[in-house]
Design a binder for this molecule. Structure first.
Ligand SMILES: NC(=O)c1ccc[n+]([C@@H]2O[C@H](COP(=O)([O-])OP(=O)(O)OC[C@H]3O[C@@H](n4cnc5c(N)ncnc54)[C@H](O)[C@@H]3O)[C@@H](O)[C@H]2O)c1
Length: 251
């Protein structure tokens, strides 16, 4: 059966985390050539080996998204290996939970550097190859915490709100260049990022209690949103917010 991403090449950041891995595995099954990247070199090489064992065409690269030099190297490796790039999925992220007064300057700077600056640096570095594709898609991972206030996680909320608007301005800037740009907004998803909270509080975790479906989502429930936005079925979708949250922001 033909894959929905046959002939396309995708670069994924944060590819060894919960949502990143599910996305990489789904994209591989749908026929994409893959550049899997993460700050954790061993993990990304392990992921590439497991995808190759399933016959995927994969390049692994260590990429700290906050580093412009790392981005230049990753894009150059992509160009050398595949000669093209059609899909950029910015998934790498870090969280910091304190509110306005308890957030430290160091924690603020780190969260903004990875989540916000990293997303901009990725689009900046990848755009020449994406424009050359002529039929490209960028997917930036925001959050429900990029849409509504929670009363905590000040740096994280600021960074995810910025990702939402950075996505929209890029969508407008590149709309006639064959590059679509959209954001995905997950709700509570069971991944290593929030595993400690889920272990401690289970379904009594306040955000799960506020979720109409009364459960956390799984990474495998986010990956199909990434796939839809990456492929040609979403050819008229740009600047949009794709919310996948079990209804959390519906009330
Ligand atoms: N899990 C949730 O409930 C949830 C909800 C909304 C949004 N998100 C967002 O989804 C994305 C993926 O998160 P996840 O839940 O899979 O978390 P995760 O912790 O499982 O994965 C995050 C990945 O990012 C990588 N990473 C961290 N810093 C990096 C850096 N500087 N450069 C490159 N890679 C780096 C980590 O090594 C890890 O593999 C994040 O942007 C997160 O903010 C998650």
């Amino acid at each position: 059966m033909p894959g929905r991403l046959d002939g396309k090449v995708a670069l994924i950041t944060g590819a060894t985390g919960g949502i990143g891995r599910a996305t990489a595995e789904l994209f591989a099954r749908e026929g994409a050539g893959l550049v899997v990247t993460d700050i954790d070199r061993n993990a990304v090489e392990g992921l590439a080996a497991s995808l190759e064992a399933e016959d995927a065409d994969v390049l692994a690269a260590r990429l700290d998204v906050a580093s412009p030099e790392n981005w230049s190297e990753a894009i150059e490796s992509t160009r050398r290996r595949f000669g093209r790039l059609d899909i950029l999925v910015n998934i790498a992220g870090v969280v910091d939970w304190p509110g306005i007064e308890e957030t430290t300057k160091d924690a603020w700077d780190r969260v903004i550097a990875v989540n916000q600056t990293g997303t901009w640096l990725g689009m900046k570095a990848a755009m020449p190859l994406l424009r050359a594709s002529g039929n490209a898609s960028v997917i930036n991972t925001s959050s429900v915490l990029g849409l509504v206030g929670s009363g905590a996680a000040a740096a994280y909320q600021a960074s995810k709100g910025a990702v939402r608007l950075l996505t929209k301005t890029a969508a407008v800037e590149y709309a006639t260049c064959g590059v679509r740009v959209n954001s995905v907004h997950p709700g509570v998803i069971a991944t290593p990022m929030i595993q400690e909270l889920l272990d401690e509080q289970g379904d009594e975790q306040p955000d799960i209690r506020r979720t109409p479906m009364r459960r956390a989502g799984s990474p495998a429930e986010i990956a199909p949103a990434m796939l839809f936005l990456a492929g040609d079925e979403s050819s008229f979708v740009t600047g949009a917010e794709f919310v996948v949250d079990g209804g959390l922001t519906a009330h």
